[in-house]
Write a protein that binds this ligand. Sequence first.
Ligand SMILES: Cc1cc2nc3c(=O)[nH]c(=O)nc-3n(C[C@H](O)[C@H](O)[C@H](O)COP(=O)(O)OP(=O)(O)OC[C@H]3O[C@@H](n4cnc5c(N)ncnc54)[C@H](O)[C@@H]3O)c2cc1C
Length: 360
Amino acid sequence: MTQASASGLACEARLNLRNLPLYINRISDRLQSFDADASQDGQRLDFRFAFGGASFDMDRLVMRANAADRDGLARIKDLLATAVEVYAREENPEIVWTGDLAGETRLAPFREMAVLGDTELTPHMRRIRLGGEDLSRFAKFGGMHIRMLFPTREVPDPLWPVLGSNGLPAWPSVDRRPVARVYTIRTLDVEKGIIDVDFLIHPGDSVGAHWAMQAAPGMKIGIMGPVGRPVRPASWYLMGADETGLPALARLLETLPAETRGVAFVEIADDSEKQVIDNATGIELHWLPRNGEAAGLDDRLARAILSVAWPTGSAFGWFAAEAAAARIVREHWRGSLGLGRDETLAAAYWRRGAAGLMAG
Ligand SMILES: Cc1cc2nc3c(=O)[nH]c(=O)nc-3n(C[C@H](O)[C@H](O)[C@H](O)COP(=O)(O)OP(=O)(O)OC[C@H]3O[C@@H](n4cnc5c(N)ncnc54)[C@H](O)[C@@H]3O)c2cc1C
């Protein structure tokens, strides 16, 4: 039975998995990358997040979640269910939660938003201001990004997802399903109910860039989140981004502590794409214009990152760009330099020639 603690909410799900011991290390690694402290007591693994706790009972094949409030419990259920679905995929796990909020269909990470306005930041970067209610969860959990759910030509009037009994989103049938892409919350004002998202208007047939070009006040869009791993605190950062990673990099430069040092490289099409960033840190910012070269075709950004010597002491590497560049940087940091997951984050934000969702 699930014990609802006096201080909050609790629930559990049976794990009918033959090979749980084979996956548990990767599940544990993933949960720790979301800032969970892990501990083990015999056959029981415990995880403590800032917003609640989780455990895996390897004898009884049960996972449990607890949190002080609904948002926290929904977040932990989502993290656990996603980790199990990803790493135990070959056993096609069927997760059914019992306990607090088991019958809930409201999808906690989802909000319907309305376009309030737009600003041309540069020739190819368009800021869309979105308004919505109850946005406080987007300031929690350490993730800077959202999954945006777009209407398309084929599905102009989509239905939004609800909460499935496994703690994950349940989607409508294909003919009513919105199309998802991941974007960064460039700025968030919880009090005013406002989120700004900076869209790169890139060439090619697209969903996100196409929507942003046509966005007009009153248009509706769905968002889910926040998504993404937290950036670890450090006193020195090495950062790299192309235009798709620029909104996140700019947000980091505007919010990291003033005493932070390091170096950041941003690849842009040409000088007209430079943006004014209110850099609150001592991190040196360098722009790398492509000057006519197509995006994702050369490795100047990755080479710039590889040319910087990794310091001794507290440091973090953060990189967000096209998939091939992200691979070069990840292999260098994790492979050649032997740095850990808690010291680096090198993410593919898009893939040349492929459409779709890049975030896990
Ligand atoms: C965590 C995360 C945060 C992100 N934040 C932002 C953000 O704040 N702003 C932003 O603009 N993007 C951001 N991106 C990148 C964005 O999700 C991708 O560029 C996505 O492909 C855009 O969707 P789309 O529908 O416009 O194009 P798609 O339909 O996915 O792709 C259509 C075609 O366009 C190409 N394409 C996609 N992106 C680019 C590009 N940058 N340059 C050239 N060609 C491209 C594809 O290869 C494909 O051929 C983020 C991605 C991740 C994973």
